[in-house]
Design a protein around this ligand. Structure first.
Ligand code: CP3
Length: 342
Protein backbone atom coordinates (compact mmCIF):
# COMPACT_ATOMS: atom_id res chain seq x y z
CA UNK A 1 0.00 0.00 0.00
CA UNK A 2 1.22 3.49 -0.83
CA UNK A 3 1.91 5.96 2.01
CA UNK A 4 -0.63 8.56 3.17
CA UNK A 5 0.70 11.58 1.22
CA UNK A 6 0.61 9.69 -2.08
CA UNK A 7 -2.91 8.30 -1.47
CA UNK A 8 -4.06 11.78 -0.47
CA UNK A 9 -2.74 13.20 -3.75
CA UNK A 10 -4.71 10.65 -5.73
CA UNK A 11 -7.90 11.88 -4.08
CA UNK A 12 -8.55 9.72 -1.01
CA UNK A 13 -10.05 11.82 1.79
CA UNK A 14 -8.42 11.42 5.19
CA UNK A 15 -9.85 14.50 6.90
CA UNK A 16 -6.49 16.22 7.10
CA UNK A 17 -3.62 17.34 4.88
CA UNK A 18 -0.14 15.79 4.70
CA UNK A 19 2.60 18.18 5.84
CA UNK A 20 6.40 18.42 5.77
CA UNK A 21 8.93 21.28 5.70
CA UNK A 22 11.59 22.20 3.16
CA UNK A 23 15.05 21.97 4.80
CA UNK A 24 13.50 20.04 7.68
CA UNK A 25 16.70 17.98 8.04
CA UNK A 26 18.91 20.97 8.68
CA UNK A 27 20.67 23.29 11.03
CA UNK A 28 17.73 24.34 13.26
CA UNK A 29 17.91 20.80 14.73
CA UNK A 30 20.46 20.47 17.57
CA UNK A 31 20.91 16.79 16.59
CA UNK A 32 21.90 17.90 13.07
CA UNK A 33 24.45 20.33 14.46
CA UNK A 34 25.91 17.61 16.68
CA UNK A 35 26.45 15.29 13.70
CA UNK A 36 27.72 18.19 11.57
CA UNK A 37 30.45 18.96 14.15
CA UNK A 38 31.98 15.55 13.42
CA UNK A 39 31.66 15.53 9.62
CA UNK A 40 32.15 17.86 6.69
CA UNK A 41 28.96 18.57 4.73
CA UNK A 42 30.03 16.39 1.76
CA UNK A 43 30.99 13.57 4.12
CA UNK A 44 27.44 13.65 5.50
CA UNK A 45 25.99 13.58 1.99
CA UNK A 46 28.17 10.79 0.60
CA UNK A 47 28.16 8.41 3.59
CA UNK A 48 24.92 6.41 3.35
CA UNK A 49 24.76 5.66 7.08
CA UNK A 50 25.04 9.39 7.89
CA UNK A 51 22.77 10.67 5.08
CA UNK A 52 20.05 8.16 6.06
CA UNK A 53 20.32 9.00 9.76
CA UNK A 54 20.10 12.76 9.06
CA UNK A 55 17.13 12.31 6.70
CA UNK A 56 15.23 10.53 9.47
CA UNK A 57 16.23 13.02 12.22
CA UNK A 58 13.16 15.29 11.94
CA UNK A 59 10.87 12.31 12.66
CA UNK A 60 12.44 11.89 16.09
CA UNK A 61 11.03 15.22 17.25
CA UNK A 62 8.36 16.25 14.74
CA UNK A 63 5.50 14.18 13.26
CA UNK A 64 5.97 15.19 9.62
CA UNK A 65 4.28 13.00 6.98
CA UNK A 66 7.25 12.93 4.61
CA UNK A 67 11.00 12.65 4.83
CA UNK A 68 13.02 14.59 2.29
CA UNK A 69 16.22 12.83 1.45
CA UNK A 70 19.17 14.66 3.04
CA UNK A 71 21.50 15.82 0.28
CA UNK A 72 21.96 18.99 -1.74
CA UNK A 73 21.06 20.27 -5.18
CA UNK A 74 24.80 20.35 -5.94
CA UNK A 75 25.40 16.67 -5.11
CA UNK A 76 25.14 15.68 -8.79
CA UNK A 77 27.92 17.98 -10.08
CA UNK A 78 29.97 17.27 -6.95
CA UNK A 79 29.72 13.52 -7.66
CA UNK A 80 31.21 14.13 -11.14
CA UNK A 81 34.26 15.83 -9.73
CA UNK A 82 33.24 19.49 -9.89
CA UNK A 83 35.01 21.12 -6.97
CA UNK A 84 32.33 22.67 -4.73
CA UNK A 85 32.82 23.95 -1.22
CA UNK A 86 30.06 24.95 1.19
CA UNK A 87 31.33 28.04 2.93
CA UNK A 88 29.70 29.03 6.20
CA UNK A 89 27.43 32.06 5.66
CA UNK A 90 28.58 32.42 2.01
CA UNK A 91 26.87 29.36 0.55
CA UNK A 92 28.13 27.05 -2.17
CA UNK A 93 31.37 28.06 -3.93
CA UNK A 94 32.37 26.44 -7.24
CA UNK A 95 36.13 26.79 -7.53
CA UNK A 96 36.29 26.74 -11.34
CA UNK A 97 33.05 28.21 -12.71
CA UNK A 98 31.74 26.51 -15.87
CA UNK A 99 31.04 29.05 -18.60
CA UNK A 100 30.83 27.17 -21.90
CA UNK A 101 28.65 24.46 -23.43
CA UNK A 102 31.72 22.24 -23.91
CA UNK A 103 32.32 22.24 -20.15
CA UNK A 104 28.73 21.15 -19.53
CA UNK A 105 29.25 18.20 -21.91
CA UNK A 106 30.77 16.56 -18.82
CA UNK A 107 27.21 15.76 -17.70
CA UNK A 108 26.69 13.46 -20.70
CA UNK A 109 28.97 11.03 -18.87
CA UNK A 110 26.76 10.92 -15.78
CA UNK A 111 26.01 7.39 -14.59
CA UNK A 112 23.77 7.23 -11.51
CA UNK A 113 25.17 3.92 -10.27
CA UNK A 114 28.80 4.93 -10.76
CA UNK A 115 28.65 8.54 -9.59
CA UNK A 116 25.82 8.59 -7.04
CA UNK A 117 25.57 4.98 -5.88
CA UNK A 118 25.77 6.36 -2.32
CA UNK A 119 22.35 8.01 -2.87
CA UNK A 120 20.67 4.71 -3.73
CA UNK A 121 22.30 3.04 -0.78
CA UNK A 122 21.17 5.79 1.62
CA UNK A 123 17.60 5.72 0.26
CA UNK A 124 17.32 1.95 0.63
CA UNK A 125 18.48 2.34 4.24
CA UNK A 126 15.83 5.01 4.84
CA UNK A 127 13.06 2.88 3.34
CA UNK A 128 14.05 -0.09 5.50
CA UNK A 129 13.55 2.03 8.63
CA UNK A 130 10.62 4.20 7.52
CA UNK A 131 7.05 3.80 8.81
CA UNK A 132 5.11 2.64 5.69
CA UNK A 133 2.66 5.55 6.12
CA UNK A 134 5.52 8.08 5.66
CA UNK A 135 6.64 9.26 2.24
CA UNK A 136 10.24 9.46 1.08
CA UNK A 137 10.78 12.44 -1.22
CA UNK A 138 13.76 12.25 -3.56
CA UNK A 139 14.96 15.46 -5.21
CA UNK A 140 17.36 17.19 -7.52
CA UNK A 141 18.10 20.77 -8.43
CA UNK A 142 16.54 21.86 -11.72
CA UNK A 143 19.05 22.67 -14.50
CA UNK A 144 18.62 26.47 -14.39
CA UNK A 145 19.26 26.67 -10.64
CA UNK A 146 22.13 24.18 -10.55
CA UNK A 147 23.50 25.82 -13.70
CA UNK A 148 23.31 29.23 -11.98
CA UNK A 149 25.65 28.03 -9.22
CA UNK A 150 28.03 26.32 -11.66
CA UNK A 151 28.19 29.33 -13.97
CA UNK A 152 28.43 32.05 -11.29
CA UNK A 153 30.78 30.19 -8.98
CA UNK A 154 29.33 31.90 -5.89
CA UNK A 155 25.84 32.65 -4.65
CA UNK A 156 25.11 35.77 -6.61
CA UNK A 157 22.43 38.41 -6.35
CA UNK A 158 22.84 39.60 -9.92
CA UNK A 159 23.71 36.43 -11.90
CA UNK A 160 25.93 38.44 -14.26
CA UNK A 161 27.61 35.52 -16.00
CA UNK A 162 24.46 33.45 -16.38
CA UNK A 163 22.52 36.38 -17.83
CA UNK A 164 25.23 37.49 -20.20
CA UNK A 165 25.50 33.95 -21.55
CA UNK A 166 21.70 33.75 -21.88
CA UNK A 167 21.44 36.98 -23.90
CA UNK A 168 24.56 36.38 -26.00
CA UNK A 169 23.84 32.77 -26.87
CA UNK A 170 20.51 31.44 -25.58
CA UNK A 171 20.70 28.25 -27.69
CA UNK A 172 24.19 27.52 -26.34
CA UNK A 173 23.03 27.95 -22.74
CA UNK A 174 19.99 25.78 -23.47
CA UNK A 175 22.30 23.07 -24.85
CA UNK A 176 24.38 23.18 -21.69
CA UNK A 177 21.27 23.00 -19.49
CA UNK A 178 19.93 20.10 -21.59
CA UNK A 179 23.09 18.11 -20.86
CA UNK A 180 22.60 18.84 -17.18
CA UNK A 181 18.89 17.99 -17.57
CA UNK A 182 19.63 14.55 -19.01
CA UNK A 183 21.90 13.76 -16.07
CA UNK A 184 19.20 15.06 -13.69
CA UNK A 185 16.67 12.69 -15.28
CA UNK A 186 18.98 9.70 -14.76
CA UNK A 187 19.69 10.81 -11.19
CA UNK A 188 15.97 11.07 -10.34
CA UNK A 189 15.09 7.79 -12.08
CA UNK A 190 17.64 6.05 -9.89
CA UNK A 191 16.06 7.64 -6.80
CA UNK A 192 12.61 6.31 -7.74
CA UNK A 193 14.21 2.88 -8.20
CA UNK A 194 15.77 2.96 -4.76
CA UNK A 195 12.43 3.72 -3.14
CA UNK A 196 11.57 7.45 -3.37
CA UNK A 197 7.75 7.76 -3.45
CA UNK A 198 7.76 11.26 -4.97
CA UNK A 199 10.37 13.39 -6.75
CA UNK A 200 10.89 17.13 -6.37
CA UNK A 201 12.79 19.48 -8.67
CA UNK A 202 14.07 22.58 -6.86
CA UNK A 203 14.23 25.61 -9.14
CA UNK A 204 14.97 28.27 -6.53
CA UNK A 205 16.42 30.78 -9.02
CA UNK A 206 13.74 30.44 -11.72
CA UNK A 207 12.61 33.84 -10.39
CA UNK A 208 15.56 35.30 -12.32
CA UNK A 209 14.53 33.87 -15.69
CA UNK A 210 12.89 36.13 -18.31
CA UNK A 211 9.68 34.73 -19.81
CA UNK A 212 11.22 34.56 -23.29
CA UNK A 213 13.99 32.22 -22.27
CA UNK A 214 11.50 30.19 -20.23
CA UNK A 215 9.05 29.53 -23.03
CA UNK A 216 11.46 29.31 -25.97
CA UNK A 217 14.24 27.28 -24.35
CA UNK A 218 13.71 26.19 -20.78
CA UNK A 219 10.18 24.77 -20.66
CA UNK A 220 11.07 22.03 -23.19
CA UNK A 221 14.11 21.10 -21.06
CA UNK A 222 11.94 20.82 -17.94
CA UNK A 223 9.29 18.85 -19.82
CA UNK A 224 11.87 16.42 -21.19
CA UNK A 225 12.87 15.64 -17.62
CA UNK A 226 9.28 15.38 -16.38
CA UNK A 227 8.06 13.31 -19.33
CA UNK A 228 10.91 10.85 -18.97
CA UNK A 229 10.13 10.47 -15.28
CA UNK A 230 6.49 9.53 -16.03
CA UNK A 231 7.55 5.87 -16.34
CA UNK A 232 8.55 5.92 -12.67
CA UNK A 233 4.85 6.39 -11.73
CA UNK A 234 5.54 8.70 -8.82
CA UNK A 235 4.19 12.24 -8.30
CA UNK A 236 6.48 14.93 -9.71
CA UNK A 237 6.81 18.20 -7.80
CA UNK A 238 8.22 21.40 -9.31
CA UNK A 239 9.25 24.06 -6.77
CA UNK A 240 9.93 27.66 -7.65
CA UNK A 241 9.41 30.98 -5.90
CA UNK A 242 8.56 34.50 -7.07
CA UNK A 243 7.71 33.21 -10.52
CA UNK A 244 4.35 34.92 -11.10
CA UNK A 245 5.76 36.16 -14.44
CA UNK A 246 6.17 32.52 -15.55
CA UNK A 247 2.86 31.14 -14.28
CA UNK A 248 0.98 31.98 -17.50
CA UNK A 249 3.35 29.55 -19.27
CA UNK A 250 2.89 26.71 -16.75
CA UNK A 251 -0.17 25.44 -18.65
CA UNK A 252 1.97 22.89 -20.49
CA UNK A 253 4.35 22.09 -17.60
CA UNK A 254 4.24 18.33 -17.06
CA UNK A 255 4.40 18.34 -13.24
CA UNK A 256 1.74 16.97 -10.88
CA UNK A 257 2.40 19.31 -7.98
CA UNK A 258 3.62 22.91 -7.86
CA UNK A 259 5.66 23.92 -4.84
CA UNK A 260 4.92 27.61 -4.22
CA UNK A 261 6.20 30.48 -2.08
CA UNK A 262 4.29 32.49 0.51
CA UNK A 263 3.55 35.63 -1.49
CA UNK A 264 0.19 34.55 -2.95
CA UNK A 265 -2.60 32.53 -1.39
CA UNK A 266 -3.03 28.93 -2.51
CA UNK A 267 -6.49 29.83 -3.79
CA UNK A 268 -5.28 32.56 -6.09
CA UNK A 269 -2.46 30.31 -7.35
CA UNK A 270 -4.95 27.55 -8.10
CA UNK A 271 -7.14 30.01 -9.99
CA UNK A 272 -4.16 31.31 -11.97
CA UNK A 273 -3.06 27.79 -12.93
CA UNK A 274 -6.67 26.71 -13.67
CA UNK A 275 -6.39 23.90 -11.11
CA UNK A 276 -3.98 22.00 -13.34
CA UNK A 277 -1.74 21.11 -10.38
CA UNK A 278 -1.95 20.12 -6.76
CA UNK A 279 -0.21 22.81 -4.72
CA UNK A 280 2.43 22.41 -2.04
CA UNK A 281 3.14 25.21 0.42
CA UNK A 282 3.05 27.90 1.57
CA UNK A 283 3.39 29.17 5.15
CA UNK A 284 5.95 31.98 5.33
CA UNK A 285 8.94 30.51 7.23
CA UNK A 286 9.22 33.84 9.10
CA UNK A 287 6.02 32.87 10.91
CA UNK A 288 7.95 30.08 12.64
CA UNK A 289 10.18 32.77 14.20
CA UNK A 290 7.20 34.51 15.90
CA UNK A 291 5.18 32.90 18.70
CA UNK A 292 2.79 30.00 19.25
CA UNK A 293 -0.52 31.90 18.91
CA UNK A 294 0.63 33.51 15.62
CA UNK A 295 1.84 30.15 14.27
CA UNK A 296 -1.46 28.46 15.18
CA UNK A 297 -3.58 31.28 13.74
CA UNK A 298 -1.67 31.42 10.43
CA UNK A 299 -1.58 27.62 10.11
CA UNK A 300 -5.37 27.47 10.60
CA UNK A 301 -5.70 30.13 7.91
CA UNK A 302 -3.52 28.03 5.57
CA UNK A 303 -5.58 24.90 6.25
CA UNK A 304 -8.84 26.80 5.67
CA UNK A 305 -7.53 28.08 2.32
CA UNK A 306 -6.29 24.61 1.34
CA UNK A 307 -9.72 23.16 2.10
CA UNK A 308 -11.29 25.51 -0.44
CA UNK A 309 -9.07 24.19 -3.25
CA UNK A 310 -10.30 21.88 -5.98
CA UNK A 311 -7.21 19.66 -5.82
CA UNK A 312 -5.67 17.95 -2.77
CA UNK A 313 -2.86 20.11 -1.35
CA UNK A 314 0.31 19.26 0.56
CA UNK A 315 1.08 21.68 3.38
CA UNK A 316 4.61 23.01 3.68
CA UNK A 317 6.52 26.24 4.12
CA UNK A 318 6.95 28.68 1.25
CA UNK A 319 10.72 28.20 1.41
CA UNK A 320 13.29 26.44 3.62
CA UNK A 321 13.01 26.66 7.40
CA UNK A 322 15.44 29.21 8.90
CA UNK A 323 18.32 27.87 10.96
CA UNK A 324 17.33 30.06 13.96
CA UNK A 325 13.82 28.55 14.15
CA UNK A 326 13.00 27.12 17.60
CA UNK A 327 12.24 23.40 17.24
CA UNK A 328 9.13 23.90 19.42
CA UNK A 329 7.77 26.36 16.85
CA UNK A 330 8.31 23.89 14.00
CA UNK A 331 6.49 21.29 16.09
CA UNK A 332 3.56 23.66 16.70
CA UNK A 333 3.16 24.24 12.95
CA UNK A 334 3.13 20.51 12.20
CA UNK A 335 0.78 19.75 15.08
CA UNK A 336 -1.70 22.43 14.03
CA UNK A 337 -1.45 21.47 10.34
CA UNK A 338 -2.31 17.85 11.18
CA UNK A 339 -5.54 18.68 13.06
CA UNK A 340 -8.46 16.67 11.71
CA UNK A 341 -11.28 18.67 10.13
CA UNK A 342 -13.80 15.94 10.92
O1 CP3 B 1 15.89 19.03 4.72
C1 CP3 B 1 15.96 19.16 3.49
O2 CP3 B 1 15.23 19.96 2.86
C2 CP3 B 1 16.84 18.20 2.72
C3 CP3 B 1 18.12 18.62 2.32
C4 CP3 B 1 18.41 19.81 1.42
C5 CP3 B 1 19.56 20.61 1.63
N1 CP3 B 1 19.65 21.49 0.58
C6 CP3 B 1 20.47 20.45 2.76
C7 CP3 B 1 21.46 21.49 3.03
C8 CP3 B 1 17.79 20.27 0.26
C9 CP3 B 1 16.49 19.80 -0.36
C10 CP3 B 1 18.60 21.32 -0.26
C11 CP3 B 1 18.29 22.01 -1.52
C12 CP3 B 1 19.04 23.21 -1.88
N2 CP3 B 1 20.38 23.45 -1.72
C13 CP3 B 1 18.49 24.30 -2.58
C14 CP3 B 1 17.07 24.40 -3.07
C15 CP3 B 1 16.11 24.75 -2.03
C16 CP3 B 1 16.24 26.10 -1.43
O3 CP3 B 1 16.47 26.17 -0.22
O4 CP3 B 1 16.10 27.09 -2.15
C17 CP3 B 1 19.53 25.24 -2.79
C18 CP3 B 1 19.38 26.58 -3.47
C19 CP3 B 1 20.72 24.68 -2.24
C20 CP3 B 1 22.11 25.27 -2.28
C21 CP3 B 1 22.60 25.40 -0.94
N3 CP3 B 1 23.16 24.36 -0.21
C22 CP3 B 1 22.57 26.54 -0.09
C23 CP3 B 1 22.05 27.91 -0.51
C24 CP3 B 1 23.11 26.15 1.15
C25 CP3 B 1 23.20 26.96 2.41
C26 CP3 B 1 24.49 27.65 2.62
C27 CP3 B 1 24.48 28.33 3.97
O5 CP3 B 1 25.56 28.47 4.54
O6 CP3 B 1 23.41 28.70 4.47
C28 CP3 B 1 23.46 24.78 1.07
C29 CP3 B 1 24.02 23.95 2.12
C30 CP3 B 1 23.06 23.04 2.79
N4 CP3 B 1 22.18 22.21 2.12
C31 CP3 B 1 22.89 22.83 4.18
C32 CP3 B 1 21.90 21.85 4.34
C33 CP3 B 1 21.40 21.25 5.62
C34 CP3 B 1 23.69 23.51 5.28
C35 CP3 B 1 25.06 22.92 5.29
C36 CP3 B 1 25.73 22.94 6.64
O7 CP3 B 1 25.44 22.09 7.48
O8 CP3 B 1 26.59 23.81 6.84
Amino acid sequence: MKPFLIRHLSGENFGRFPVWMMRQAGRYLPEYQAIRRNHSFWEMVTRPEVASEVSLLPLKTIEVDAVIFFSDILTLPYSMGVSIELKESVGPVVHTPMRSASEFALFREFDAEKHTGFVGEAQRKIISQLDPEKTLIGFAGAPWTVGAYLIEGQSSRSFDNLKQWMWRDPAGLAGALSDLGRATTQYLKAQAKSGAHALQLFDTWACEMPTRFFKDYYLPILNNILNELRDCRVPLIYFSKQTSHLIPYFDTLQADVLGVDSLSTLESLEAQTKAKFSLQGNLDPHILLTDEPTIRRETRELVAGARRLKRPAILNLGHGIFKNTPVAHARTFIEEARQLWI
